[in-house]
Design a protein around this ligand. Structure first.
Ligand SMILES: [Zn+2]
Length: 44
């Protein structure tokens, strides 16, 4: 059973890994900056 994260959302671009497979090497996900989570700005 997985709890949905309240604050941190998993980055869909890298699937929460923070790295993206590019050819034969892995590069840091530019979307989340390698954290694996969406860098969402506080909207409250
Ligand atoms: Zn990412």
């Amino acid at each position: 059973m997985q709890k949905p994260p309240k604050k941190k959302e998993k980055c869909a671009n890298c699937e929460g890994k923070g790295l993206i497979k590019l050819g034969d090497k892995k590069v840091k996900c530019q979307r989340c900056g390698g954290s694996g989570f969406k860098a969402s700005a506080p909207t409250h």
